[in-house]
Design a binder for this molecule. Structure first.
Ligand code: SAH
Ligand code: SF4
Length: 357
């Protein structure tokens, strides 16, 4: 059995494990502010306690196996877990830093970390490479938190500089709700990374009852719905569990979800050539989302060797967007960050596996 990670604990939980309890705050400082991952480097912790901790816990359960750096600043990581399984996480530069005429920094660069929640995925979407490998296991809260700490450390991103987190890597976050919720709370700790719920977005393929459960936890997080289709027939082809969680059930769950009144619920719509890229679909989407404070994010389907779908034409994508905007919906086209590396989830891992054979 692998040892639990220190990232598995909220401050209160660590205080229950480590006595005297003020030591827990010191440890939080070392692991979340200094990014130390070796107990012997925790200088103000007595040697005996360092040894005791090292017997019971690890700090960081992750190791960087591979990095792909894109020309736009996106960095995709392949990370190894304690049991040798691998996952992906992505460091995304959302805004460039800005300097005034004198070269003084007026706006720091802004980053988002895209994290995985499972090794593989049970949902089995027809377009997704992660789905092809099946499901292996859930990630622990410590493994989810560890991705963010690892990427911050690797990019020398100081602890007090805020980032956003999107749960859009490998796996279905709501299928691992307990560990996800725990990780969200660990991220929020003021003595730790202090990343509020407002800065965290959970993307789901639409497990309606779990959307309600997440809402009831009142963690203050945003949700993004991977809608991808406007009629149940196509959606079931793309996402088989749509049979049990149809479009209407998702829309109803979204309407019940507690959202910050100034914010919008994001609907992700993967655009696939000749499948869902027509204006009739755009029209249905407008109708479906009426009454919801929504924002639509159109995503180009990203083909991979053996994929059965095609990338849509740019002109169809733009026409789709224009229709939505004309009818009052906020709509963006996801810029293909990291298109020259392995943009969509699961693609870096897949490349690595191929090399092994
Ligand atoms: N399981 C969750 C969150 C992670 S999926 C969900 O489905 O929402 C990661 C994201 O990658 C989703 O938005 C999904 O639509 C997108 N994705 C998967 N395969 C893709 C592909 N081939 N091209 C483009 N985006 C893809
Ligand atoms: Fe799982 Fe999301 Fe991929 Fe679907 S798109 S198989 S839910 S990771």
């Amino acid at each position: 059995m692998s040892k639990p990670s220190l990232y598995d604990f909220t401050l209160k939980e660590l205080q229950e494990q480590v006595k005297p309890s003020f030591r827990a705050k010191q440890i939080f400082g070392w692991i979340y502010h200094q990014f130390v991952d070796d107990f012997s480097e925790m200088k103000n912790i007595p040697k005996t306690l360092q040894e005791e901790l090292a017997q019971k816990f690890v700090v960081n359960p992750l190791k960087i196996l591979k990095k792909e750096i894109s020309s736009d600043g996106t960095i995709k990581y392949l990370l190894e877990l304690q049991d040798g399984k691998t996952i992906e996480a992505v460091w995304l530069k959302m805004k460039e830093e800005q300097l005034d005429e004198e070269g003084v920094l007026t706006q720091e660069a802004k980053y988002t970390v895209c994290v995985s929640t499972q090794v593989g995925c049970k949902v089995g979407c027809a377009f997704c490479l992660t789905a092809k490998g099946g499901f292996t296991r859930d990630l622990t809260a410590g493994e989810i938190v560890g991705q963010v700490v690892t990427l911050k450390k690797d990019n020398d991103h100081k602890h007090n500089r805020k980032i956003n987190i999107v749960y859009m890597g490998m796996g279905e976050p709501l299928d691992n709700l307990e560990n996800l919720a725990h990780a969200i709370q660990v991220f929020q700790e003021n003595e730790g990374l202090a990343i509020s719920g407002k800065r965290q977005t959970v993307s789901t393929s639409g497990l309606s009852s779990k959307i309600d459960k997440l809402g009831a936890m009142d963690l203050g997080v945003h949700i993004a719905i991977s809608l991808h289709a406007v009629d149940d027939e196509l959606r079931t082809e793309l996402i088989p569990m749509n049979k049990a969680n149809n479009i209407q059930s998702i829309i109803d769950a979204v309407k019940r979800f507690p959202i910050d009144t100034r914010k919008r619920v994001m609907f992700e719509y993967l655009v696939i050539k000749n499948k869902n890229d027509d204006i009739a679909s755009a029209k249905k989407l407008v109708k479906l989302l009426s009454g919801i404070k929504a924002k639509v994010n159109l995503i180009y389907f990203n083909p991979y060797p053996g994929s059965t779908y095609d990338r849509p034409l740019k002109e169809d994508m733009v026409a789709f967007q224009e229709y939505l905007v004309k009818h009052g919906l906020l709509c963006t086209i996801r810029d293909s960050k990291g298109i020259d590396i392995s943009a969509a989830c699961g693609q870096l891992k897949e490349k690595e596996n191929k090399k092994d054979f």
